[in-house]
Design a protein around this ligand. Structure first.
Ligand code: G6P
Length: 614
């Protein structure tokens, strides 16, 4: 979703802003812009702005053509919420020499708009953001300095925001504010930065301060001052980011999604490192407070969205079977609006690769408001909002995931959830030493099994040629592999735009079978588990209706191939971790089908990587 970058330096910051916006492209956006303060021959500063719908590269070309150079500026990638995708709605928004970029949503913007109209301000956009620019100008005009005007303005806003602001009246500083949306300050040498995501400024500095809720900050060339919600100066810790530049570069790959699919053995190995080092599942893997928080858990409620939700659905099978705890999994945007029955001994688990999905964050806040104090977050982004709001955290170590369609974040979430399952099972007295050692060993072997599944790519690629011309597809799975069918269907629709739905294979005859004919490919996840014979019967139901089947099995499944039934086998059945291995071929299928259709794999239409709006 929307991204922010800002810089103040002795050098030209335009390349820094453009580079930063390019690194934020992965979040999903539909327009981009920058505003800089340029000083004219008479030494007077003024705002220059360029905005374009479409790609950052188009905006960059326009900025170059106009000869943009400056020592201070702000930039933004916008994902439209209030007002369509137009240049007028793109950020930065400007009010009489004040330029501003905003992530988030201002809920009382209508009311503020009316008030500002009454004060004589005219509006050029349909955005909620423009009111903030006018509001800051209004307070500047009343005599406050830029920081004071920002601090006054944000007190009049309700909603969520990360803001970066420059003003021609005070050309030596950037000011910024955070509430509900991430924002950080990057510390350089004689130059400083602001960004919504560390990847935007990593080429310039790794030293960052994560602003906290209600913070404002003044960022000059030679220093940064942070103020708390009461406007009093505060000290915030300086972190050294470990986001690697390599994870932000494509390297030899065509797409980030392809790269990230292939990074899964490494990502999983990194994520299980703590378990391997501990030789088991001690509670403290989830933080110092974990032994207390997890000790008397009676049930588990998982809350998440999208792919993370499917990771949760998979985990339910493990948690109930291995830890013996009742587990429900709910889409965060549904949970937050229903009268859920609270149980203080229930563990609330939020799963979010980005750590900033608004629906998941709000669901967590809602759970806490119901008195649910046992909260655990599984997340891929350190210091992001959701883990910060949770008592316990387990960080997946997938590295930055740039492709909008989640791949390595998903499999590492599954690994984290399996680790949680074993930890809970141990605390429940349901895991003896031998079982614990067996699960550690299974995890140790997992990166290798994932690599074997990746080696199936050429075969999957052949299948994808048959998929590319299709309009629809069905995915079937049973038991713990049903969520993998759901994830496979989601991946395919997200990036290839082929309409795909997933069903538990046993449900086929209750409706979706009516859709099956020669034009409907049916993908079946059918490893050799307890439900294999059932899946084989379901396959016969499809076969009898002329459907073409694409079966992902394992070596032990003994599937007969025919003209109608194509089979790809992973080398061996990996037991309880089988869903993780079977996620790989469905990712590859979606990737290659999308490639064959020529879609924008890493930036699928209408989607965003990190969804910070409702
Ligand atoms: C967006 C992304 C999905 C992701 C979902 C949840 O829709 O495009 O890939 O699964 O958000 O995101 P989260 O960061 O909370 O896991």
């Amino acid at each position: 979703m929307c991204g922010i970058v800002g810089a103040i330096a002795d050098r030209d910051v335009v390349p820094v802003l453009v580079e930063g916006l390019k690194r934020l492209e992965y979040r999903g956006y539909d327009s981009a812009g920058i505003a800089v303060l340029s000083v004219n021959d008479a030494g007077v500063a003024d705002v220059r702005r360029v905005r374009r719908t479409g790609r950052v590269a188009e905006m960059e070309a326009a900025a170059q053509a106009d000869g943009f150079h400056a020592g201070i500026g702000i930039g933004h990638t916008r994902w439209a919420t209030h007002g369509g995708v137009t240049e007028a709605n793109a950020h930065p928004h400007v009010s009489h020499g004040v330029a501003l970029v905003h992530n988030g949503i201002i809920e009382n913007h209508e009311e503020q708009r009316e008030r500002l109209r009454g004060l004589g301000y005219q509006f050029e956009s349909q955005t909620d953001t423009e009111v903030i620019a006018h509001l800051i100008h209004h307070h500047l005009a009343s005599g406050l300095d830029l920081l004071g005007a920002l601090q006054r303005a944000v007190k009049e806003l309700t909603g969520a925001y990360a803001l970066a602001v420059v003003s021609r009246k005070e050309p030596g500083k950037l000011v910024c504010a955070r509430m509900g949306c991430p924002l950080l300050v990057g510390l350089g040498d004689g130059e400083n930065f602001v960004a919504s995501d560390v990847s935007a400024i990593i080429q310039a500095t790794r030293r960052v301060i994560f602003l906290e809720e209600g913070d404002t900050a003044e960022v000059a060339r030679d220093g940064v001052r942070v103020y708390g919600a009461d406007n009093a100066p505060v000290e915030r810790e300086v972190h050294v980011s470990d986001v690697s530049l390599a994870s932000l570069e494509l390297g030899p790959y065509r797409h980030f999604m392809q790269k990230e699919i292939h990074e899964q053995p490494r990502a999983v190995a990194d994520t299980i490192e703590a378990v391997i080092d501990a030789g088991g599942f001690p509670a403290h893997l989830f933080g110092a407070a974990a032994p207390d928080v997890l000790a008397d858990v009676e049930s588990v409620q998982i809350l998440a969205c999208g792919t993370s939700y499917y990771a949760g659905l998979t985990a339910r099978y493990w948690i109930e079977a291995i830890a013996g705890l009742p587990c429900s999994v709910e889409i965060a945007s549904e949970y937050r609006y229903r009268a859920a029955v609270a149980n203080p001994k229930q563990l609330i688990v939020t799963i979010s690769q980005s750590g900033e999905t608004l629906d998941t964050m709000e669901a967590l806040k809602y759970a806490k408001s119901l008195g649910q104090a046992k909260t655990l977050s599984i997340c891929n982004v350190p210091e992001s909002a959701i883990p910060r709001a949770s008592k316990l955290v387990y960080y997946t170590r997938a590295g930055a995931e740039i492709g909008v369609a989640s791949t390595k974040a998903f499999t590492t979430q599954l690994v984290a959830l399996f680790t949680l399952t074993c930890t809970l099972a141990k605390l429940q007295g349901r895991l003896n030493d031998e079982q614990e050692a067996g699960h550690v060993d299974a995890l140790r072997q997992l990166p290798g099994s994932i690599q074997h599944a990746l080696n199936l790519e050429p075969q999957v690629q052949v299948w994808s040629e048959r998929f590319a011309p299709k309009q629809h597809a069905l995915f079937l799975g049973r038991g713990v592999h049903y969520p993998i069918a759901l994830e496979g269907a989601l991946k395919l629709k997200e990036i290839s735009y082929i309409h795909a739905e997933a069903y538990p294979a046993g449900e086929l005859k209750h409706g979706p079978l009516a859709l099956v004919d020669e034009a409907m490919p049916v993908v079946v996840i059918a490893p050799n588990d307890a439900l294999l014979e059932k899946v084989k019967s379901n396959i016969q139901e499809v076969r009898a209706r002329g459907g073409e089947m694409f079966v992902f099995a394992d070596a032990d499944s003994h599937f007969g191939e025919s003209e109608q039934v194509h089979v790809i086998r992973t080398p061996r059945h990996v037991g309880v971790l089988s869903p993780i291995v079977h996620a790989i071929p469905v990712q590859l299928l979606a990737y290659h089908a999308a490639l064959a259709r020529g879609t924008d794999v890493d930036k699928p239409r209408n989607l965003a990587k990190s969804v910070t709006v409702e």
